[in-house]
Design a protein around this ligand. Structure first.
Ligand code: ARG
Length: 426
């Protein structure tokens, strides 16, 4: 009787344990977090690993989660969702933070947060957890999104609390028999389909050139092919849909451009970046597909949008990129900006040809049924339809205010005796 009672109460106790869903990469930090959460909160830890197109051994990650004592492991392939809801809008908005960083990690975080919330709700968990530090942008992106989606969930970020150095973490891992992925990388890496971020180690000196060992996606230019490579990207409504005339789905297209541009040495970015928390940091990225596709997309827009649309859109793009970088994916302003971007993309259909050669990339051709370029206007050959005589009246009015201002600034001298004054003062 006593034994039955004990068993029931044990089972009850187990099921009453707090459940925490942890975003699990399988690396040192998140592996240590599994044990730490169990120890500190006496919690049942459920791990969640997302496939965002990073090349990982997901089976091994699942095994490590189990071996470290997670109660349950989820692995969700979110590549399609990542492309459709995050990467494509970013292409249409030419998403680049500070004009350089194509936002790969920044785009992935709100999706990770969304899935954490989904799994937490399904499992009846009270908290979610992640391995972000207190110094970066990622904590902001995940925390803000989780709290916007489900304010009742607690967010636990152990790395922000525990103050362990890497060596102390290794000691902790050993003590708790945590199975670690063998790694001798001196860099901290985050990667997904849209790019690979490389931090720390020798890169912390902003004056040190990144060693070749930092790169995995992009060939060093000296080892790149000796003949230029060409690629033609076809867009429909601002979305890349074909390569060299062949229709591709988003995943195949991005993978192929990553491989092709990477092979030609294209896609390395070295950026002194302003983090949201105020720190300036040296960030190195490999993003061959992102830089090539956005370069092509921008060029096509230049062909089909008016100068007024382009000028206004540049400001929208900056704001959009800033919102995404700074963790405000959920802010209604982002969808408002998306609406503007959408309204411009209906004409962004056509194709753009890129030439890639030993680390260099440029657009060498573009065509669109919606092109505003009219050769009969632009030509210097005969047959031009542009009436040059109308330029005279245009210039008269275009410079009107500037002329008046210049005259006033010169105390009225300019214009009356211009020739004389100029000679005197020289
Ligand atoms: N600086 C980039 C960003 O804020 C990349 C961050 C990479 N994250 C990482 N955990 N290594 O989006």
């Amino acid at each position: 009787m006593a034994k039955i009672y004990k068993n029931v109460s044990l089972r009850l106790k187990k099921s009453l344990k707090e459940k925490i869903v942890l975003a699990y990469s399988g690396g040192l930090d998140t592996s240590v977090i599994i044990s730490w959460l169990q120890e500190k909160y006496d919690a049942e830890v459920i791990t969640l690993t997302l496939d965002l197109g990073q090349k990982e051994d997901f089976k091994e990650i699942a095994a490590r989660s189990k071996a470290t004592g997670a109660a349950k492991h989820y692995e969700i392939d979110v590549k399609e969702e990542f492309i459709k809801d995050y990467i494509l809008p970013s292409i249409r908005a030419n998403g680049m933070y500070e004009g350089k960083y194509p936002l790969a990690t920044a785009l992935g975080r709100p999706l990770i947060a969304t899935k954490l919330v989904e799994v937490a709700e399904k499992e009846g968990a009270t908290a979610v957890s992640h391995g972000c530090t207190g110094k970066g942008n990622d904590q902001v992106r995940i925390d803000v999104t989780v709290r916007a989606l489900n304010p009742s969930l607690r967010v636990i970020a152990p790395v922000r609390e525990w103050n362990m150095s890497r060596d102390q973490e290794l000691v902790y891992a050993k003590k708790h028999n945590i199975m670690l992925k063998p790694s001798n990388s001196i860099f901290s890496i985050d990667q997904n389909l849209w790019g690979r971020a490389i931090e720390s180690g020798p890169l912390e000196d902003p004056n040190t050139e990144p060693p070749a060992s930092a790169f995995e996606w992009v060939t060093q230019p000296k080892d790149a092919p000796d003949t230029p490579g060409y690629i033609e990207i076809g867009f429909v409504d601002g979305v890349p849909r074909s390569l060299n005339g062949v229709q591709k789905d988003g995943l195949a297209l991005i993978r192929q451009v990553n491989a092709f541009a990477g092979k030609h040495g294209v896609g390395i970015i070295d950026h002194i970046e302003d983090r949201l928390v105020g720190i300036k940091s040296r960030e190195v990225y490999e993003a061959p597909a992102a830089v090539s596709i956005i370069e092509a997309h921008r060029d096509l827009e230049q062909l089909v949008l008016t100068r007024h649309e382009l000028a206004f859109k540049a400001g929208v793009e900056r704001e959009w990129s800033w919102l995404v970088y700074s963790g405000l994916w959920m802010d209604p302003l982002r969808s408002a900006l998306d609406s503007f971007v959408d309204a411009t993309q209906g004409r962004v259909t056509g194709s753009v040809r890129l030439k890639l050669y030993k680390g260099g990339m440029r657009v060498v051709g573009r065509t669109s049924p919606n092109s505003l370029y009219k050769v009969r206007q632009a030509t210097y050959q005969k047959g031009s339809t542009f009436d040059q005589s109308s330029a005279v009246g245009f210039i008269e009015l275009w410079g009107l205010q500037s002329r008046i201002a210049a005259k006033m600034a010169s105390g009225g001298k300019r214009g009356r005796n211009a020739k004389h004054t100029a000679r005197k003062s020289s």
